[in-house]
Design a protein around this ligand. Structure first.
Ligand code: ATP
Ligand code: MG
Length: 734
């Protein structure tokens, strides 16, 4: 970013601080390349001059609602501006066209009510305080006026507020494009009510968020030629499957399991349910209840929402029956059988749960037991039944639970889509993307790899857009921008997705080759990417690898990459449920075409995800994008706590700093001629005497002070990074 200029004894500056990221202070002494600074928290620190940033002593006390209005655009200035505003409950701030939203972790009064919606309706962008409604409004107006599709991309880390923001956007769009209340269900009602349904089945409490979406979502809202909502389509991405059978304290499984356990007594009796503590899939953690959530109430609310989106009562019963079956399935335990490496049901309890599972899934109990404990091998001579040991049988059981659950989730999404309906005549749409942000944990596996791949894709899209917007502004003002360049992340994308030879390709190859292990896979990566700048082989590991993502380096553990990449349903499970007497269950397991079932080719989750992403990018590329960056101000999930270092890291991952960097590579400071003369006229009072031309006056002032490289546009003056600070310093000398 901008290099410091004219820092002398007495200058007010920002200096790096290990705890606060940046702290302000005043230079007391300069010694060669170093400065001694008295910080505002009473310390004396010494720092290299090149590490200091000038502090704008004229920045408004309440901050500015758009970062581009900051006189000095740099990291500490951006951070301070957000902190000041957050303290005043101003959670929204623009950076040009990007909206930064900081989670308030409390319901702020009136900011989303009907009156507010009325106010934002049709108001010119930037006239009212920054708001999600303003973003939705521009998108809608642009769509109506230009007949072009728009999209709103919401991103941020877990708990940052993406889903809440998305819901607010959808509410506002429904307000703009809704009909006057008519009989029955309206499309916009269905679109809105799809949220609670998907949340019941796709959200769970995690350490980062009590209502964490465990899937990505793109909602495409279609409009007719009158600007009314006429259809919608929901696409979802990568539901976290492992959570169905594996939950660690203090997290929970998907909400729907707890809702069902809190259903009215007749339901509990019918499905032989009871306390969630009695089910293995729920009792691996000590967390059952959520503060402020009433599961019994939410069970009924979910069913009501299902009514609205068009899921019939019969289908609802079938859905919850399957959920009950999964709970019973998880309680089927195995013990060693008499033959070597075989297993039997552990005890009476296991037998009871097997019987219940079979009853609920409407299949034969013995067939279910066999499907869990045995594998059929077909050789040219005979058909052999091989037994599984208790551990393998348990893995088989969990595999079945995950498959049923993910098929059920996909069914819900399809059903909602069919029920809302697509408008074939729709000319334009507004897409809303609510997708997981960049992740880097202590251990990162295949899921993080896919998530971070998504973020690389979106980052590229974002950079190109920001860059384009900058260029457009310059073109409009007729100034020269030819020498601005920016660094692309195409090299990381190539590393991940190139065919052949990218990580996903190599993973698929490993999955198809029976003898591969995660060790051979890792070795192959090491060999292939030996000289790749974005790939790192950790010194002490033989199976881990790291990728230098745009947001930082992430270390991946390859252990489960092969397994997690294989989307494979055991034929025994397929046969069992495909022939269930319950049409709903059988419908989740449609017959597989003969060729696919026989061919040794497996279905790759990584490649399918890559394809989904490609389609998403194609859709996004045909729209005018708008970006909302959600920020989580603290990890305690509490209001009024703003952790500087934490926020800084998120601004970096969300590309906000990158956007600022791109902007700084050009002319980050823009002032109208009037504003400029007002601030700097006293540097050359003679040019402002009598009748003068504002534009010429600006030029004269700049030339008098020996500045070069600036540009004079049609209505504004464009300054290079740091030039504003330089002029301020000169002004202080006058
Ligand atoms: P994940 O990636 O885990 O799904 P997310 O970014 O979707 O996270 P949300 O579920 O939207 O996060 O928000 C987390 C919580 O923060 C909400 O349950 C709510 O309590 C609070 N919250 C978020 N945004 C707002 C807001 N604008 N006003 C009040 N509270 C909010
Ligand atoms: Mg969410």
């Amino acid at each position: 970013m901008s290099t410091p200029v004219n820092i002398t004894a007495g200058s007010h500056v920002w200096v790096e601080d290990p705890e606060l990221a940046w702290i302000d202070g005043q230079v007391s002494k300069i010694d060669g390349k170093n400065a001694e600074i008295q910080t505002s928290d009473g310390k004396t620190v010494v720092a290299n001059l090149s590490k200091l940033y000038p502090k704008d002593m004229e920045a408004p006390a309440g901050g500015v609602d758009d970062m581009t209005k900051l006189s000095y655009l740099h990291e500490p200035g951006v951070l301070q501006n957000l902190a000041i505003r957050y303290e005043l409950n101003e959670i929204y701030t623009y950076t040009g066209n990007i909206l930064i939203a900081i989670n308030p972790f409390q319901r702020l009064p009136h900011i989303y009510d009907a009156h507010m919606m009325e106010q934002y309706k049709g108001a010119p962008f930037g006239e009212l305080s920054p708001h999600v409604f303003a973003v939705a409004d521009v998108a809608y107006r642009a769509m109506i006026n230009e007949g072009k599709s728009n999209s709103i991309l919401v991103s941020g880390e877990s708990g940052a507020g993406k889903t809440e923001t998305t819901k607010m956007l959808m509410r506002y769009l429904a307000f703009l494009g809704g009909r006057v209340a008519t009989e029955g269900r309206t499309v916009e009602q269905q679109v809105l009510e799809s949220n609670p349904v998907l949340e019941a089945f796709g959200n769970a409490k995690t350490v980062r968020n009590n209502n964490s979406s465990r899937f990505g979502k793109f909602v495409e809202i279609q409009f007719d030629k009158h600007g009314r909502i006429s259809g919608a389509a929901i696409r979802t991405y990568l539901l976290e499957r492992s959570r169905v059978c594996q939950v660690s304290d203090p997290e929970r499984n998907y909400h729907c399991f707890y809702l069902l356990c809190a259903a009215p007594p007749e339901v509990i009796e019918k499905y032989k349910l009871g306390n969630p503590k009695s089910f293995h899939y729920l009792n691996q953690t000590n967390c059952y209840e959520l503060s402020g959530i009433n599961d019994a109430h939410d069970y009924l609310a979910t069913r009501r929402a299902m009514d609205i989106v068009g899921i019939s009562e019969k289908e609802q019963d079938a859905i919850f029956k399957v959920i009950a079956a999964i709970l019973h399935l998880g309680n089927i335990e195995f013990a060693k059988g008499e033959e070597i490496d075989s297993s039997v049901l552990k005890d009476e309890k296991a037998k009871f749960h097997l019987k219940m599972t079979a009853e609920l899934l409407m299949c034969d109990a013995q067939a279910l037991e066999d499907a869990l404990c045995k594998r059929v091998m077909i050789t040219p001579e005979e058909v052999i039944k091989r037994s599984l040991d208790p551990l393998a049988a348990t893995v088989s059981r969990d595999g079945l639970a995950k498959t049923i659950y993910s098929r059920l989730f996909d069914w819900l999404v399809d059903k909602i889509n069919v029920s809302i309906g697509q408008d074939p005549n729709s000319k334009s749409l507004i897409g809303v993307l609510d997708i997981y942000g960049f992740e880097s944990f202590k251990t990162n596996s295949f899921e993080q790899f896919c998530i971070n791949f998504t973020n690389e894709k979106l980052q590229q899209h974002f950079n190109q857009h920001v860059f384009k917007m900058e260029q457009e502004e310059y073109t409009k003002e007729e100034i020269d921008w030819s020498y601005i360049e920016f660094v692309d992340n195409q090299d990381v994308l190539d590393l991940i997705e190139k065919r052949p030879g990218g990580v996903i390709s190599l993973l698929d190859e490993a999955c198809m080759f029976p003898k591969s292990t995660h060790e051979t896979f890792a070795q192959k990566l090491y060999q292939t990417f030996k000289t790749n700048k974005r790939f790192i082989k950790p010194k002490l590991s033989r199976t881990d690898f790291a990728i230098a993502h745009y947001a930082g380096e992430v270390l991946y553990t390859s252990d489960q990459f092969l397994d997690k990449n294989k989307d494979y349903v055991v034929p025994e499970h397929q046969d069992l449920l495909g022939t269930s007497k319950c049409p709903f269950v059988a419908g989740l397991f449609p017959p597989i075409a003969e060729e696919t079932s026989k061919s040794s080719k497996f279905s790759s989750i990584g490649s399918r995800f890559k394809l989904q992403l490609q389609q998403l990018m194609e859709t996004l590329n045909s729209t005018e994008p708008h970006y909302i960056r959600c920020v989580k101000p603290n990890n305690l999930l509490k209001p009024a706590i703003f952790e500087n270092v934490n926020v800084m890291q998120q601004l970096r991952c969300g590309g906000v700093l990158e956007a600022i960097r791109i902007s700084c590579a050009g002319y980050p400071t823009r002032r109208t001629f009037f504003e400029f003369n007002n601030r700097f006229g006293l540097l050359a009072p003679e040019v402002l005497e009598g009748n003068y031309d504002e534009k010429v006056a600006c030029k004269k002032i700049l030339e008098k002070k020996g500045l070069t490289g600036f540009q004079i546009g049609k209505t504004k003056i464009f300054l290079r990074a740091g030039q504003m600070a330089e002029l301020d310093a000169r002004r202080a000398e006058v």
